[in-house]
Design a protein around this ligand. Structure first.
Ligand code: FO1
Length: 307
């Protein structure tokens, strides 16, 4: 069994690579839910939906989120009625959020709702939210505190981020199956997602980091950065908040208590000794994933050196 920790569009690329390289039933994908947001009264779980849509073959490949070919008639009419429309919800995407919001109102947990979406969309891998309880990343900026979506989408990550917190993290528990999957895994892969706002919340769920430390599985992490710059999104900007430098050496320091091997790009090969000094093995390869073949090759390489 392979367990993947992921959040956002970068992580989804590697999840697809594993999905194409292994038996989908062998995959357990643990998703960040601290980016979740209530928009027009609908509960949106962006990182969960990006994985479900990716594995269902529905994802919009250009954006890495939302449904390919979706239309925006509802959003246009919402705007006409004076509603905010900066968070682009497509018509088919709204069907997912209506379903999730209805089931939440009926008292169903996020994990069961996600399993239902997977069943109806033909996804045979297990997609688990990190927790069934509400956790929300809150970012302190000079203009005040923002939710992740207000920062990432509405403010287009322009504001300076002074600090961040995962509201509700102390009271939350791992979703059913998360700890069992980590403990019983042959391989755990931390996907190339933002260490602070995608992987950080997952690691902060009480019990998850300990399970990662204790598991007999090999734990591999793929860097979301090359030469201190993230491929997409603001990951490099958040490293200072984690108290580490924006480099693979900084990342190794942030993950050192549970990661066995760090997968870095060949362009960062000069940092290999600094990472190995932390007691972490290093694999240097090309970690840029533009094509499906790139994603499959990286997954194959991780499978090979983790076996
Ligand atoms: N990202 C954007 O940059 N602009 C959007 O309007 C937007 C809408 C959106 C709707 C549904 C959804 O599941 C994701 C959406 N995203 C959008 C992506 C989302 O903000 C990020 O992928 C994650 O939160 C990053 O982890």
């Amino acid at each position: 069994m392979i367990v993947l920790l992921t959040g956002g569009t970068g992580g989804a690329k590697l999840v697809l690579g594993f999905h194409e390289e292994t038996a989908p039933e062998d995959l357990v994908v643990v998703c960040n839910t601290a980016d979740d947001s209530v928009v027009h009264g609908l509960h949106v779980s962006p990182d969960v939906d990006t994985i479900v849509y990716t594995l269902a073959g529905l994802i919009d490949p250009a954006k890495g989120w939302g449904i390919r070919g979706d239309t925006f008639a509802v959003l246009d009419q919402l705007q006409r009625l004076g509603n905010e429309s900066w968070f682009r919800l497509g018509d088919r995407d709204i069907a997912t959020h209506l379903t999730r919001t209805r089931m939440l109102a009926q008292g169903q947990p996020l994990s069961l709702i996600t399993a239902t979406l997977c069943r109806e969309l033909g996804v045979s891998s297990a997609v688990l939210p990190m927790s069934d309880e509400r956790v929300e990343t809150r970012l302190s900026t000079p203009e005040g505190e923002l939710s992740f979506q207000e920062y990432f989408v509405k403010a287009r990550w322009q504001p300076e981020v002074l600090s961040l917190r995962y509201q509700g993290i102390e009271q939350c528990r791992p979703a059913p199956g998360v700890l069992e999957a980590i403990r019983g895994a042959d391989l755990v892969a931390v996907c190339p997602s933002n260490p602070a706002t995608s992987i950080g919340p997952i690691l902060a769920v009480p019990g998850i980091r300990e399970a990662l430390r204790e598991t007999s599985a090999r734990v591999a992490a793929v860097s979301p950065m090359v030469r201190g710059r993230s491929f997409s999104g603001p990951a490099h900007r958040f490293m200072a908040i984690l108290g580490v430098e924006a480099s693979v050496a900084g990342l190794a320091g942030a993950y050192r208590d549970f990661v066995d091997v760090l997968v870095i790009d060949t362009e960062d090969r000069d940092l290999q000794p600094a990472v190995e000094k932390l007691g972490i093995d290093v694999k240097a390869t090309s970690i840029r994933m533009d094509t499906l073949d790139d994603k499959r090759r990286l997954a194959r390489e991780i499978l090979r050196f983790s076996s």
